[in-house]
Design a binder for this molecule. Structure first.
Ligand SMILES: [Zn+2]
Length: 548
């Protein structure tokens, strides 16, 4: 479904716009090259915006909607409340579904590695100050005359790349297996200075939608193109954009030779040209081990806002001695895999090891930071599939039968698509749909006002009539964006729900035709419509599947 929300309001994008990205390659950039981020500034006093419209702030919304909190016992590491965890898990679930589409395999890797791993990757030398060190039994880092690898302190990982190199190196690979694409949602830690911490945007513990592609030199262009397609698809789903592509080239502080850098940059330029999207160069702003493509979102004010990153890396696989076997290895290294010269070499049965290229990529970047962006982008009115408060059922009275009925309905709607017999576990598939019940004895006016204040997408009401005639429920859209599209979905499921009935009769067909004639009731914010229970299930199911 095409997004109906306007592009990200850039009035608040400055909070992120020039943040140092938390994506793995960037996370370890020298502090000197990090950019200033307004989110690191203290929140303005509440009365400072008296003359201006109040801008959405994820910290305020997060508190009001009970999404996350912080504790002085772990500064900079957000604690997600159940509804915040829902939102987080749905973002993860969404990406997991796309991983299948784009050929990524999820892996699980350790949080701590010995210092010698970080020395091997080159990070301990340059960026140890940004990392937490961990000590433990037999790992004090203080042992005298200890052999290398013994009594070493550990580093808490700020990135996943070295772990993924260990995975790749744990098996023999043929060129036929490549590209191999690993994805990892591990928690990452960075020792940010305390003054920089803020909400979900500047944190010490975060998760990335981190991915590493191990590919042949000849596959670089298509892999970069695929990553750009992935980004376009995801941002379109969230209604974010437009974005521009920026190629950052060799910085002063770097590893690797000038020739390697030149070759890497040429590959990225070719991929950018092939993408058909406009791009520009940001000279000298690459990470120390490779050039990168940053994706910069543009808001309605023209301000810019960095999120995703794609980075080519010729250095890391060399440091880890990674290799795959390929015919005509000398040509393979140059990305030549066809033509008379190649055919001749293959016929001579030349085979040998070739170092793969690594592409680091993150589509959302830090999930925490992306959540902050979405919370403000949607300003509390999330699409149904993502909403921490998708629906609530209000009972008109607190009589036990009615309360029981409401909970039964909530349970039925919550387990859409997963319901099985009582003896069997739920099927995996759609994420849980949280349907709340308010059975308090307060007036309907008060209960409705409270539900609206909490920003539920839909408010359902059940009373004596629904209890007697369990076929229909009163449904009131409230914080649901895109009601026009929702109406179209309701239209389609209304008839579909009817035709699904196994007990359908000629009279049902007539009724269906009549319904088709008069159309389904229009969905309007704050207005109740009566919806058959089965249709409501199909409607919610379809909203989830359509990312509405
Ligand atoms: Zn990486």
């Amino acid at each position: 479904m095409p997004p109906r929300r306007p592009p990200l309001s850039l009035s608040h994008a400055s909070r992120y716009g020039t943040c140092r990205s938390l994506c793995c390659p960037l996370a370890l950039r020298p502090a000197a090259s990090s950019r200033k981020c307004s989110s690191s500034a203290p929140a303005p006093p509440p009365n400072s915006t008296v003359d201006q419209p109040h801008k959405p702030d994820h910290r305020e919304l997060g508190q009001a909607q009970k999404l996350f909190t912080h504790s002085p016992y772990s500064p900079g590491s957000p604690l997600f409340l159940p509804r915040g965890a829902d939102l987080f898990n749905k973002l993860q679930g969404f990406l997991r579904a796309q991983y299948e589409k784009f050929g990524f395999d999820e892996v699980i890797t350790p949080n701590i590695y010995k210092k010698s791993l970080w020395e091997k990757s080159g990070h301990w030398d340059k960026y140890a100050k940004d990392m937490y060190s961990v000590q433990g039994r037999g790992a004090t880092g203080k042992g005298e005359n200890a052999e290398a690898g013994e009594d070493e302190e550990f580093g808490l990982k700020p990135m996943n790349c070295p772990g993924h190199c260990l995975l790749f190196g744990s098996e023999q690979h043929s060129y036929k297996e490549l590209p191999i694409r690993y994805a990892d949602f591990s928690a990452l830690h960075r020792n940010e200075i305390s003054g920089a911490l803020s909400g979900l945007t500047r944190v010490r513990r975060f998760h990335q939608d981190d991915g590493h592609v191990f590919c042949r030199p000849s596959q670089i262009q298509s892999e970069i193109k695929s990553s750009l397609d992935f980004i376009s698809l995801v941002y379109k789903t969230f209604g974010l954009g437009p974005f521009k592509l920026v190629l950052s080239t060799r910085p002063e502080e770097h590893i690797g030779t000038a020739a390697e850098w030149e070759r890497a940059e040429d590959q990225l330029k070719a991929a950018l040209d092939a993408s058909g999207q406009p791009w520009e160069i940001n000279p000298g702003d690459g990470a120390f081990y490779g050039p990168k493509i940053d994706i910069i979102l543009k808001d309605s004010d023209g301000k810019e806002h960095q999120t995703a990153t794609i980075q080519l890396d010729f250095q890391l696989p060399q440091r880890f001695n990674l290799a795959y076997t390929a015919p005509a290895p000398e040509l393979e290294k140059q990305g030549i895999v066809e033509g008379p010269e190649y055919e001749e070499a293959v016929q001579k049965d030349e085979k040998g090891p070739v170092t793969p290229v690594v592409i680091h990529r993150a589509i959302l970047g830090s999930l925490e930071r992306f959540m902050a962006l979405l919370i403000e982008h949607y300003n509390g009115e999330y699409p149904f599939w993502l909403s921490p408060n998708p629906a609530i059922i209000l009972t008109t009275k607190d009589n036990p039968d009615l309360v029981k009925f409401a909970h039964k309905l909530a349970s039925r709607l919550s387990s859409i698509g997963r319901a099985t017999g009582p003896e069997h576990p739920y099927r995996m598939g759609r994420p849980r749909l949280r349907i709340d019940v308010d059975s308090a004895s307060a007036s309907m006016g008060k209960k409705t006002a409270l539900a609206r204040q909490k920003g539920y997408n839909f408010i359902l009401t059940v009373g004596e009539r629904e209890l007697r005639h369990t076929e229909s429920v009163a449904l009131q859209p409230w914080s649901q964006p895109g009601l026009e599209e929702c109406g179209r979905i309701m239209d389609s499921v209304w008839l579909h729900g009817k035709s699904k009935s196994s007990k359908r009769t000629a009279a049902d067909d007539e009724k269906r035709d009549a319904l088709a004639e008069e159309g389904t009731p229009a969905l309007r914010k704050g207005k109740y419509v009566m919806v058959p229970g089965k249709t409501l299930q199909f409607f919610f199911e379809k909203l989830q599947d359509s990312y509405c």
